[in-house]
Design a protein around this ligand. Structure first.
Ligand code: NAD
Ligand code: DAU
Length: 367
């Protein structure tokens, strides 16, 4: 019988998915102790957790094994939910080292800490949940069946290779030492608090500010879009009912080529401006402010090196074993996400600091 943890160490809990998960778990388990460990890299933001009551926040590094052991002991935690990572594929292409350090060595440090605290002496009931990605499975052709949990690993970017390595370490600690682990591999998330380097928030903000929408290659790459709330529900179900030693795919059931995502986003921005005349005054550089289509900003640029063509997730296992279902329709979820960014302009302005500008210049300069 697998242990269902209640009191959690959430690594990377000030990032996009981590912060959404902490809020989700707090609502679902008001009695739970939650300790968030986050280094607050460019992608982490303490303010992402402002609305969540009763969390203990620690700014620190997952590579700091003594710190992790102390947190597990001092707060009597019986679960780790491991989100902390370098998560952006383009950054892994320009600078892979940080990905190996955080995603591989960092995950290993966490595993060592969990083993030291939970498996010493007579042992403590526990669960180590590792949040991973569908990118570890590589790329699909148009007619290939969707990834299942038994699809062979074939990572193609430094990011996905580092995540694959971390998945293997988790598996090895379960197999060799008996650490009770679960892993979830999910598809592209979208929703509130996503850092504006990823497709949807980047293109939304560019559309509001009248900047080009840089479509890599022909824009026909396919991703399966998963609302972050559905992802959080999936992880909660794995923690509560998943079997130790197992992996679960979590998908959104919304396989779309990038160009369709971009056209939908542009149409929703145009509709928002048509419905709210105040937006034109707030965002005077947006084409929509002058009644022109946001899609006029679409610009095809040099493709991402090694760009995976298609991801698709088969999540039958999570559906059958855990009752998981993605509940968010993509069009409605995207409209809600756009509304969140329009209502939280202060949030995305604050995260666009000097290092963000430098990143945009470096990534898009020679395309
Ligand atoms: P994110 O980049 O928004 O957040 C990562 C968080 O980890 C940040 O808060 C950052 O400060 C923290 N962090 C980084 N290095 C750290 C370290 N050494 N010690 C402690 N904290 C550190 O990432 P995200 O999009 O929320 O992704 C979370 C997890 O989900 C990642 O493991 C990622 O690989 C995985 N994932 C993401 C997606 C997606 O679509 N975003 C899809 C599949 C899987
Ligand atoms: O599939 C899960 C993965 O999804 C996660 O593991 C990663 O952490 C997450 O970043 C995401 O990776 P992608 O590379 O798919 O996401 P991104 O938002 O960077 O890009 C989505 C698609 O849009 C991809 O095909 C590349 C394309 N794109 C992206 C950017 C930033 C563009 O065409 N132009 C851009 O400027």
């Amino acid at each position: 019988m697998s242990h269902a943890p209640r009191h959690l160490l959430v690594t990377g809990g000030a990032g996009f998915i981590g912060a959404n998960f902490v809020a989700h778990w707090r609502t679902r388990h008001p009695e739970s102790r939650i300790v968030v460990l986050d280094l607050l890299t460019y992608a982490g933001n303490r303010a992402n957790l402002d609305g969540v009551p009763d969390i203990h926040f620690v700014r620190g590094d997952i590579l700091d094994q003594p710190l992790v052991e102390q947190l597990l002991r001092d707060h009597a935690l019986d679960g780790i939910v491991h989100f902390a990572a370098e998560s952006h594929v383009d950054r892994s292409i320009l600078g892979p080292d940080a990905f190996i350090t955080t995603n591989v060595l960092g995950t290993h440090a966490l595993l060592k800490a969990a083993r030291a605290v939970w498996l010493s002496g007579s042992g403590v009931p526990h669960r180590f949940h590792h949040v991973s990605t569908d990118e570890v499975y590589g790329t699909l052709g148009p007619a290939d069946p969707a990834f299942t949990e038994t699809t062979p690993y074939a990572p193609n970017s430094p990011y996905s290779a580092s995540k694959a390595a971390s998945d293997h370490l988790v598996r090895a600690y379960a197999h060799t030492y008996g650490l009770e682990t679960t892993t979830s591999n999910c598809s592209n998330n979208y929703g509130p608090f996503q850092f504006p380097e990823k497709l949807i928030p980047l293109f939304l903000i560019n559309a509001l500010e009248g900047r080009p929408l840089p479509i890599y290659g022909d824009g026909m790459q396919v991703r399966d879009w998963l609302h972050v709330a559905d992802h959080c529900e999936g992880i909660a179900r794995v923690l509560e009912a998943g079997r130790a030693g197992e992996c679960y795919n979590i998908g959104g059931g919304a396989e779309l080529p990038n160009i369709r995502v971009i056209d939908t986003l542009c149409a929703l921005v145009d509709a928002a401006f048509a419905a709210d005349p105040g937006l034109a005054a707030r965002f005077p550089c947006a084409p929509a402010a002058a009644g022109r289509p946001s899609a006029s900003l679409k610009t095809h640029v040099t493709d991402r090196p090694g760009h995976d063509r298609r991801y698709a997730i088969n999540c039958d296992k999570a559906m059958a074993e855990l009752g998981y279902r993605p509940l968010h329709d993509f069009g409605r979820g995207l409209a809600e996400t756009i509304a969140w960014y329009l209502a939280n302009e202060g949030w995305w302005r604050a995260v666009q600091d000097g290092s963000y500008r430098a990143w945009v210049d470096a990534n898009y300069a020679n395309r």
